[in-house]
Design a binder for this molecule. Structure first.
Ligand SMILES: Cc1ncc(COP(=O)(O)O)c(C=O)c1O
Length: 367
């Protein structure tokens, strides 16, 4: 039996261990210097004026929407093809998620469909484009719709650390950006963590209040807020990972190029595409096939791990579905969810491993 080709992997080096030890020994575990240093470094990385460390990507989306003024009853436009956490913060705020179909080739939000749904909406307030799989959404066209209708643009950049659109980094392309450092992401904090990025000083100030019980510098609770803080240990590990992210993204792109080169001629396989103005960071390498379950079995038999991101459209999850008056009309999303398959992807995947995955796919379709 071959060694498994792992879907993803975990990176730990001595510098991370040293940083973690330093924080452990300092006794300062929250509201300390590491979070501030990580925020400064992450804002610089994204090219934004501010970054606010929070406890998760979900919190970053929630606080961005709240700090941007989204309220109960507002319409918030979200892609139907995304992870549940793009939508749950909208519902937590009592706002209405309005589901938008995706571009058929790139899988990010379709700006034309967005425009139509915004024009038909009663209380359009915000849009949450998702840079799904690490490919930036069509931000030029989305911004045009948003500007015409005065929508706040909250980027869900949870899968897109370092991705660019027309040369600008994810997180700097809207009114605010939300990042996740969940362990499988392109960079992590070795646990849960998130970051909110923005150029807007008022939004940054509001988010800082809201992440810490709505409490101001004088100790007064001036807003209703919960605890959404990032811990010092996580921030210290994030700082270390940030040193590597550009190199890791480059390695992911090289791995993706090799997959595409090998799989491009397999008729049954549709390989992922990229817009010319965008730089993909391949959080996931997702192909489309007509017989996903069979191919998955063949890959499993060849010890190749795969994933499905995501098996169901966001609006079909019971917690969302029961809150909708009627199911959204998003035919492309319905078809896509049956066809997608994520192949092993991480910065340390070897050419030999990629070739093994591709050979197993070729064998499957040569039968
Ligand atoms: C697209 C997307 N949005 C939001 C999230 C939520 O991030 P977190 O798990 O850090 O709360 C994730 C990651 O899990 C994600 O992939």
């Amino acid at each position: 039996m071959d060694e498994p080709v792992e879907f993803t992997d975990i990176y730990v080096d001595e510098a991370m261990v040293d940083r973690a030890t330093e924080v452990l020994r300092s006794g300062r575990y929250v509201k300390g210097p590491m979070v501030e240093r990580f925020e400064t470094a992450f804002a610089e990385f994204c090219g934004t004026d501010y970054a606010v460390g929070v406890a998760s990507g979900t919190d970053a989306i929630y606080l961005s929407l709240k700090a941007a003024g989204v309220e109960a009853g507002d319409d918030v436009f979200v892609p139907a093809h995304t992870f549940f956490a793009t939508v749950s913060p909208v519902l937590e705020l009592g706002a209405n998620p309005v589901f938008v179909d995706h571009d058929p080739v790139i899988y990010t939000m379709d700006a034309l469909d967005l425009g139509e749904r915004v024009r038909a909406a009663d209380d359009p307030a915000a849009v949450v484009p998702v840079h799904i799989y690490g490919h930036p959404a069509d931000m030029g066209a989305i911004r045009e719709v948003a500007d015409a209708h005065d929508l706040a643009v909250i980027e869900d950049a949870c899968q897109a650390h370092g991705a660019t659109f027309e040369g600008d980094r994810a997180g700097s392309l809207g009114d605010a950006g939300a990042f996740s450092f969940y362990p499988s992401k392109n960079m992590t904090v070795a646990g849960d963590g998130g970051m909110l990025t923005t150029d807007d000083p008022d939004l940054a100030r509001e988010a800082r209040l809201l992440r810490n019980h709505g409490r101001n510098e004088d100790g007064e609770h001036v807003r209703l807020g919960l605890n959404h803080r990032l811990g010092e240990l996580h921030a210290a590990l994030g700082l270390e990972q940030l040193d590597h992210i550009d190199d890791w993204n480059e390695k992911r792109r090289a791995a993706a190029a090799r997959y595409t080169d090998r799989l491009g001629h397999v008729d049954a396989v549709t390989t992922p595409q990229s817009r010319s103005e965008a730089e993909h960071v391949y959080h996931l390498y997702v192909i489309q096939v007509p017989d996903r379950a069979d191919l998955r079995d063949s890959l499993d038999a060849a010890s190749v791990q795969t994933g499905i991101h995501y098996p169901d459209p966001a609006h079909e999850h019971p917690a969302v579905e029961r809150r909708l008056d009627e199911p959204p009309n998003v035919p492309r999303t319905e078809t896509l969810t049956d066809r997608i398959l994520s192949l092993p992807m991480h910065p340390r995947i070897t050419e030999t491993e990629i070739d093994r995955v591709c050979a197993a796919i070729e064998r499957h379709y040569d039968r």
